[in-house]
Write a protein that binds this ligand. Sequence first.
Ligand SMILES: [Zn+2]
Length: 219
Amino acid sequence: MNTLQSPSFQGNLYLPKYVYHGTLRKFIPGLYERLLDDSWWRKTDRDFGAGFYTTISFRQAAKWAVKAALDSMKTDFSEAVVLKIRVDADQFPHFSDCLVFLGDSNPEWARFIVDHRLDCRDDGFDPCSHHPAIIIGQMADNKMEKVHDEYYKSEIEIKGNDKYEWYYNRMTQNQEGHHLDSLDLGNQICFSDPGLNEMLRIEKFYVLDEGTKEWIEYG
Ligand SMILES: [Zn+2]
């Protein structure tokens, strides 16, 4: 992977006070035991590599949870759940191992995602020489799995840097081919270092009532 070139940051970085995580009810006990447990993390096919994915948007986390619940119907159904997590970064005042993509999506962001989507392996291989502990940036569009399939099935050979451009265009377009800006794409915060477990605490959680389609608060 090419090294990302960026000026070193010298200001203050304030993390959000709360983040949300979409999951399934059956995972609640384990998550209460430990939020950042890397033995649970899927190592491949993630935008920012293996990690615990959160967002500042309840609505976005709810979408992830509902999708996971739908997928769980194929095997062992579990209800959609959204965790509200308090972020207490005060205990880590000198913490700076973050990679942050600001503003509109850009080629560096696309490169980071493509390298992690294509190169991360089940044996734990990651394309970074040092994978950041926290990564903040836009989500690739939801249809990423389709894009990925298209890439692998493509009869046109996409080599070298062209693959990044190819992915970038598809990752940031909707079905009608319109460009999606970073507000359309939404934002995610990935915690990749289990050592940051103490930074996060579950404040409460919400379970989707399948009958009324309302989110019921617990905790
Ligand atoms: Zn990495």
